[in-house]
Write a protein that binds this ligand. Sequence first.
Ligand SMILES: [Zn+2]
Length: 175
Amino acid sequence: MGYVATARSTTKQAIADHWSPLVSELDMGCDWEDAVTDCWRCGVEPSRGLERCHIVPAQEPFNGPDDPSNYVLLCSRCHREAPNVSDPSVMWQWIKDTHRYYDNGSYSPTWWFETQRDLWDKLSEGCQQAGVTGADEDTLTAIFAQHTGTHAGDSLNTPTLRFGMTKVIEHIAAA
Ligand SMILES: [Zn+2]
């Protein structure tokens, strides 16, 4: 938990109305007619209601807008596991790639990276595997932070790590 709610004017209905003509039900966990009550990724109907999840994070330096096109509706668990990154295409790709894990019951929990030390280990490991060497910890973590956000109080999740890693390797390789 730890997601900080701020005053937002975009309604759940407006978010569903924006996306329903654009995305097939086959690519998500619920039907469009249930899209204001059922999680778009896992399909559960949470008793506390769905959460509005930013596609591009609202925080600095991303400043994702309070607009229907910048939200999807998720249960609190999927919200915590969702990518938190600068590229808006990553959110829908994640929903498309992972919603079926729930359909066949084979879902395995997202990895969580609890500490800054874990992040550094993963970044240096990923760079080594990509044949990219020589960058120090401060440089890698600074590049990572340019492309990834966090839900306040929560740990880093897998899709966010993957995206940030890709960006770090691109930056270092191009330098
Ligand atoms: Zn869910």
